[in-house]
Design a protein around this ligand. Structure first.
Ligand code: HDD
Length: 720
């Protein structure tokens, strides 16, 4: 769809936003008051070289508006990218929920989705090692439902009271505001090392899930247990899941670091470009359903947000499809001003007593009041519901609506009692009829005290390369911690989860032996600060869960759709080679991008002009999924180019598939591949494919190997 074009589909929210879109094509520039401006480049002055005049309302208006353009960024999840799309229900959950948008298969529900990192500021890198926010606004006919989730199914803490502490600890340290968008520093690990309940989430946050290849290749989770409520008022516990069509993929850490330098907007660009190209990101929306009677059948508490329900135990039922098919027209108006809230629910969905969720129900409206500045933030176009909206709330900063009539109270007789309250059978929201009888206490339930069993389950469910990545991530992070006692405390905690893991991390940190399994919260500082009275429970020995591994995950496919391959070419490049792989990639939905020693155009060996997408000096293999080096009449041009040699070396190190045309030995010798080959260390060279002229064999091998995403067996041969 052409940018700025009017919505050409039946998305009711996009139609609604049309009222607020401004198109300047063929228009004069005016002041905010609509007066046409004759000269917008110069202030009004007393003489060409004289002082500016206060009278200049045009200049004053322009500068004043500019001075006030910024609003406070989100206290967390400040860095984000959003897109419009729709949700389509499969219509198979009617027995469990009366929510119309989950049952009506004839209506596409408009959505706006915002992905985010958590810790970094608005301008920080997309590739930070961090949790990713996955927030979906469903504009349903019955009001707005927000699923404000993450790409990991558990959280660091069990009670919202600790959220400010967690965030203070992870954000840049207060004395020097360092580091940006990174958890690798003392305060974060100090807090974590005193917080055994965070260990399950730490396993996820140190895994490759924290460095996604693309926002389009992440799972999404609602995390808390919510309730579905059906027409009879019966409640069923529910956990929300989103499974990406393209599978779940990450990058490697060294690559993430380099992407941050090469293209800090990597994820934002990828999402934007994919949608512009018509490669619409897609997820299946699923639920795990637990009958209310089974609440206590698990050996963990369903209300504990540091626990998953293993998918092998309660399978995910797919109930719909989420597709993103339109970029925002204006980042600020839409992506920045969108305001999510886990408390935005519609009839058929309700809360549980998860103490983290309960605290969130307060926080999200509260934060919008300072971020967006007014209780009227629901009137901002992107936040406006498409269902009818009438109540007795009035006034406040920037009120848009013109409420007609003289009653703004209830009950009233002057307006015949309107707006009137809706009965349940008229669609009125009625909270679940839950019986609560208890003492007021500031305590954590004893049923929340198993902090390590699911952390161990996660670690043992990973494949060997995935486990190694967790070990390396912990080594990296903790090596940046300056206070040795914090490192030791962390190793002690890891030892509670998995001895091998703790041992390996300890080796990397030069710690002789994981300290004995002391209770970290009783370890000096912070000892009395934690009122959690319950002893952590002993480790349970669960069977591994393949659904927790990215590599073994049933949602991971070998599709190479939308993947990008760098074609390294020089003038005189073999057009036969070029066209053969390009065609094979395109047939599978992947793309060839030309990287050459110079920008502009190169000439093929049959004199075709080929557009260069990236010059080697302003690009890097970390921005691509695989590399193909093509022979040309002038191979020396590649051999002598250090950028190209580094390009190939990085692709090798990051375990990517690399194809070479035959006859490029001179170049190969100059790369790590040549060194390894010569030293005889790496004879089999997994994922290094030589094109000896049999086009089909080469292209088949190349695309099949790319489908594995990474050639992990190579990783063990790379020393760090
Ligand atoms: Fe939160 C934003 C997700 C716990 C308080 N949160 C925010 C966003 C996401 C999440 C995705 C960004 C929404 C957007 O794109 O605008 N938060 C979570 C998840 C949590 C969680 C999955 C645990 C399961 N959050 C949490 C707690 C509190 C908050 C416990 C406070 C008690 N979160 C906020 C906030 C933010 C926010 C301060 C900042 C900006 C905003 O709300 O709109 O209110």
């Amino acid at each position: 769809m052409e940018k700025n074009s009017k919505p050409d589909n039946d998305n009711a929210k996009l139609q609604d936003l049309e009222k607020n879109r401004e198109y300047s094509k063929d228009q004069f520039i005016t002041t905010d008051q609509g007066v046409k401006i004759n000269n917008d480049h110069n202030t009004l002055k007393a003489g060409e070289r004289g002082p500016s005049l206060l009278e200049d309302f045009i200049m004053r208006e322009k500068i004043t508006h500019f001075d006030h353009e910024r609003i406070p960024e989100r206290i967390v999840h400040a860095r984000g990218s959003g897109a419009h799309g729709y949700f389509e229900a499969f219509g198979n959950v009617g027995d469990y929920t009366k929510a119309n948008f989950l049952n009506d298969t004839t209506t596409k529900t408009p959505v706006f989705v915002r992905f985010s990192t958590v810790a970094g500021f608005r301008g920080s890198t997309d590739l930070a090692r961090d949790v990713r926010g996955f927030a979906i606004k469903f504009y349903t006919q019955e009001g707005i439902f927000d699923m404000v989730g993450n790409n990991m199914p558990v959280f660091f803490i069990q009670d919202a009271m600790k959220f400010p502490d967690l965030i203070h600890a992870v954000k840049p340290e207060p004395h020097n505001e360092i580091p940006q968008a990174a958890s690798a520093h003392d305060t974060f690990w100090d807090f974590i090392s005193l917080m055994p309940e965070s260990m399950h989430m730490i396993m996820w946050a140190m895994s490759d899930r924290a460095i996604p290849r693309s926002l389009r290749m992440m799972e999404g989770f609602g995390i808390h247990t919510f309730r579905f409520i059906n027409k009879e008022g019966k409640s069923t516990f529910v956990k929300f899941h989103l499974k990406p069509k393209l599978g779940i993929h990450g990058v490697v850490w060294d690559e993430a670091l380099k992407i941050s330098g090469n293209d800090p907007d990597f994820h934002r660009r990828d999402l934007h470009d994919a949608i512009e190209m018509g490669n619409f990101p897609e997820w299946e929306f699923g639920v795990q359903l637990v009958p209310e009677e089974d609440e206590h059948k698990f050996d963990f508490d369903l209300l504990d947000p540091t626990k998953i329900i293993p998918e092998e135990q309660v399978p995910v039922t797919k109930i719909g499809r989420l597709v993103l098919n339109r970029n925002p027209d204006n980042f600020f108006a839409e992506t920045e001003q969108v305001a999510f809230h886990p408390g935005h629910v519609v009839p058929g969905i309700d809360f549980t007593n998860d103490p983290l969720l309960q605290g969130r129900l307060f926080s999200y409206t509260d934060t919008q009041l300072s971020r967006l500045g007014s209780p009227n933030f629901h009137e901002i176009p992107i936040n406006r519901t498409i269902s009818p909206m009438h109540n007795n709330q009035r006034d406040g900063h920037m009120r848009q609506e013109i409420n007609v009539g003289k009653t703004h109270y209830s009950p009233n007789s002057l307006n015949n009692g309107y707006p009137e309250q809706a009965k349940e059978n008229e669609g009125g929201f009625v909270s679940h009829y839950e019986r609560v009888e208890a003492h007021k206490v500031r305590e954590r339930s004893e049923s929340f005290a198993d902090h390590f069993s699911q952390a161990a389950l996660f670690f043992k469910s990973q494949t060997e390369p995935e486990q190694n990545h967790i070990i390396k991530a912990l080594r990296f992070e903790l090596s940046k911690v300056e206070t040795v006692a914090i490192r030791e405390r962390m190793v002690g905690l890891l030892n509670e989860v998995d001895k091998k893991l703790a041992q390996k991390v300890a080796e990397g940190l030069g710690i002789e032996e994981p300290s004995k399994p002391e209770k970290p919260m009783n370890h000096g500082i912070g000892a009395d600060a934690d009122p959690d009275k319950h002893e952590p429970k002993p480790l349970k020995n669960y069977e591994p869960s393949p659904a927790l591994s990215m590599i073994k995950n049933p949602a991971t496919t070998d599709s190479i759709e939308t993947r990008q391959v760098a074609f390294i070419c020089a003038d005189g490049v073999s057009e036969k080679s070029f066209n053969a792989l390009k065609k094979a990639l395109e047939a599978k939905g992947a793309m060839a991008k030309v990287v050459a020693p110079h920008a502009g155009m190169i000439k093929g060996d049959a004199d075709t002009q080929i557009k260069v997408d990236f010059a080697s000096f302003s690009s890097s293999s970390v921005l691509f999924d695989a590399v193909y080096v093509l022979k040309s009449k002038n191979n020396a041009m590649l051999e002598e180019n250090d950028n190209i040699i580094e390009f190939i070396n990085d692709a090798y190190r990051h375990c990517k598939v690399i194809g070479f045309d035959e006859g490029l030995d001179g170049l190969i010798e100059k790369t790590t591949i040549g060194n390894k080959r010569e030293a005889g260390k790496d004879k089999s060279m997994p994922g290094i494919i030589i094109n000896n002229g049999t086009a089909k064999a080469f292209t088949d091998d190349f695309t099949t190997q790319m489908g594995k995403h990474r050639i992990w067996e190579r990783e063990s041969k790379i020393s760090e």
